[in-house]
Ligand binder design. Structure first.
Ligand code: FES
Length: 164
């Protein structure tokens, strides 16, 4: 006398049908999840990338002005022509923090007296090169500065300016 099979063809068919329905349901749920992920509005840039500093609206910065952003360790310079530069506050001589002197309209290093103009260009050595830059981008008339990468340069040139 042989052993009785544990499953009948009918119960196997039912099991396979349920497994198929289960896998189809998972596939549909994944499709809905991915679609909603694409459709969901994205959060502000700051939430995505902590290295991006939202400086403010373009019109909030007067031409010829320099605004300090201590948390980002940079100055936002709005040039007379309306363009922007984000200048590192580190002196290119030995790294002292360089304050903006509004009366002299220059950055003057307190350590060894190097000075830089509003473009970050060296006016007085011993600083060997212009102040470093950060990337400036303008989105919907709002100025944003990416502090993730320091852009070294030997001197100022107009291609470094971001124009709104
Ligand atoms: S560190 Fe600025 S001039 Fe030396």
């Amino acid at each position: 006398m042989g052993r009785k099979p544990r499953t009948t063809p009918e119960s196997r068919r039912t099991f396979l049908w349920k497994a198929w329905v289960g896998m189809a349901a998972v596939a549909v749920a994944e499709g809905v999840w991915v679609t909603l992920g694409f459709l969901r509005p994205r959060g502000p840039v700051e939430a995505e990338d902590a290295s991006v500093v939202t400086a403010g609206p373009v019109d909030g910065f007067q031409p010829g002005s320099v605004t300090a952003f201590p948390q980002g360790k940079f100055y936002l310079a709005r040039l007379d022509g309306g363009g922007f530069l984000a200048l590192s506050r580190e002196c290119t001589h030995l790294g002292c923090t360089v304050p903006w002197n509004q009366e002299e309209h220059r950055f003057v290093c307190p350590c060894h007296s190097s000075s830089f103009d509003i473009n970050g260009e060296v006016v007085s050595p011993p600083a060997p090169r212009a102040l470093d830059l950060f990337e400036v981008r303008i989105e919907n008339r709002v100025v944003k500065v990416n502090t993730a990468n320091v852009l070294r340069r030997s001197a100022f040139d107009r291609t470094q300016v971001t124009v709104p």
